[in-house]
Design a protein around this ligand. Structure first.
Ligand code: GDP
Length: 483
């Protein structure tokens, strides 16, 4: 998403940067180009008009001072960035937790918007943050919605309140009310109510949603909307806001190839913030929505903050600490450590997605490279390492021909692939030794893909420590050690 828009914005800045001195007519031309790009990305007309008008006014106001600046285009860029953050909703918002648990979150939206999936994502997200959520199956309309939610709940080990089978049977208002009582008794601190959607916003949907809302008085009513449906998403949200009302929007399917108009219009049109963004089918493809990070992506500056956060999450904890200690103490980095790293990388999600957060990722050449990355490579490499015995992982030198062919058979890969992995690993190990020895990265040498380093040490090795004796002769060793 936002690829086309991001490319056009880059072009606009490119031509602005080339101008030494920015004039009034340059500002006019820039505004016209921005307007065309936004309309092309399917952003609502009213949003585009206001956005462009604000940029124009602010840039013209800034022009007299701008003339003294050596970085004129940068100043305009900064105005555009601020206005983009503003139409995306300004500051990021967080869930408002009730002072008296349970906090009740009601999910509403059209059928197929990704509501049930989102209930699972949200429950997982909250659980990871130390909460004790309860899922409530109150979508008793859509065939299989109850079963789908039950399967999701089980997969993340979150309790579910699902007294009715659904498929058109049962009273969602009673289920929702009973669920809150149940949560109070069992001391769950958050209740997530998945309600029924319809194919379109109709009076039946609005009536049912209003009744549930009145019965359970949610702390947060979230309207879940599929960003792939473009302007329809905005219209639907507006209709629901007028008819029932909600506190915030959740945008799903932001990983799709729609032009991004919905994401850019919805907060401004409805006056309600976007609370969460969903970026894939996996339960982990979900996070708070950060207007500033989204603006940065649209402007081609990537999303380094999210990338860093994900890396920290995946590498946090015991294994990162152990790897760091190993690195500091000078112990060899083994294939066992490498396996741990691979698993952490897998936790971070798809490589293509991760690299897509780098600045300039939408630029054609870089995009081509990113697209050519095969996410399955990680899985294949992992299979090879997993087919090794612990001893082989610790000491790859023992890997003779017959062991290598056993590993190839075990992992369903070829011997050539096993050889290549072992070679790449040995090369990486050498580089690390050299770096630890203070030699830095050898010239022209890069770590093979997937062979990253453990996190940088926070404490330096003790430089005053005596070098360990290398002598095998006890008498000589004693002399070396000054004994
Ligand atoms: P509901 O009818 O609103 O409950 O919708 P579902 O939760 O069943 O989702 C409809 C479809 O959208 C399912 O196939 C989901 O896997 C898919 N889906 C949900 N969220 C996302 C997302 O963020 N990205 C993508 N690509 N697919 C999603």
């Amino acid at each position: 998403m936002f690829e086309g828009l991001s490319n056009k914005f880059s072009e606009v800045f490119g031509s602005l940067r080339k101008k030494g001195r920015i004039t009034e007519s340059d500002i006019d031309a820039t505004c016209e180009e921005l307007r065309a790009a936004l309309l092309d990305a399917d952003v609502a007309l009213s949003v585009v008009d206001n956005f462009v008008a604000r940029i124009k006014t602010r840039s013209l106001e800034a022009l007299p001072e701008l003339r003294q600046s050596t970085q004129q285009s940068q100043e305009i860029y900064s105005i555009i960035n601020q206005e983009l953050v503003s139409i995306l909703g300004g500051a990021a918002r967080r869930i408002k937790f009730s002072k008296q648990p349970p906090t009740v979150i009601m999910l509403a939206g059209l059928q197929g918007s990704g509501k049930t999936t989102l209930a699972g994502k949200l429950a997982r997200f909250l659980k990871e943050d130390g909460n004790t959520p309860l899922l409530v199956a109150a979508d008793l309309q859509r065939p299989n919605a109850v079963t789908q939610l039950s399967v999701l709940a089980e997969s993340i080990n979150v309790p579910i309140f699902a007294p009715e089978l659904g498929n058109g049977v049962g009273d969602p208002i009673k289920v929702s009310k009973d669920a809150i009582e149940f949560a109070k008794q069992k001391l769950y601190n958050v209740v997530i109510v998945d309600t029924a959607g319809r194919l379109g916003i109709d009076s039946e949907l609005m009536q049912q949603a209003s009744k549930i809302r009145d019965a359970i008085a949610p702390d947060e009513t979230l309207f879940v909307v599929d960003s792939m449906i473009g302007q329809d998403a905005v219209r639907t949200a507006q209709a629901f806001n007028d008819g029932v009302g909600f506190d915030a929007v959740v945008l799903t399917k932001l990983d799709g190839d729609a032009k991004g108009g919905a994401a850019l219009s919805i907060a401004d049109v409805t006056g309600k913030p976007i609370l969460f963004a969903s970026t894939g089918e996996k339960l982990s493809d979900f996070d708070y929505f950060y207007p500033d990070r989204m603006a940065s992506r649209i402007l081609g500056m990537g999303d380094i903050q999210t990338l860093a956060e994900q890396a920290k999450k995946a590498l946090d904890g015991e294994s990162a600490k152990r790897l760091e200690e190993k690195f500091v103490s000078g112990e060899d980095f083994t294939l066992e450590d490498f396996l741990e790293q691979l698993q952490a990388m897998k936790k971070m999600g798809s490589m293509t997605k991760l690299l897509g957060m780098l600045p300039g990722a939408n630029n054609a050449a870089m995009k081509k490279q990113i697209d050519s990355i095969d996410d399955k490579e990680l899985v294949r490499t992992q299979a090879i390492v997993q087919s090794m015995t612990p001893e082989e992982r610790r000491n790859p030198k023992v890997l003779n021909g017959s062991r290598r062919s056993r590993i190839a058979r075990g992992s369903g890969r070829t011997v050539t692939e096993v050889n290549s992995l072992v070679d790449r690993f040995s090369a990486a190990q050498k580089v690390m030794k050299q770096m630890r020895g203070g030699g830095g990265m050898p010239q022209g040498m890069a770590l093979p893909p997937g062979m990253g380093l453990p996190p940088a040490p926070t404490k330096r090795p003790d430089m005053n420590q005596k070098k360990k004796s290398r002598s095998g002769n006890p008498a000589k060793r004693a002399a070396e050690e000054g004994r």
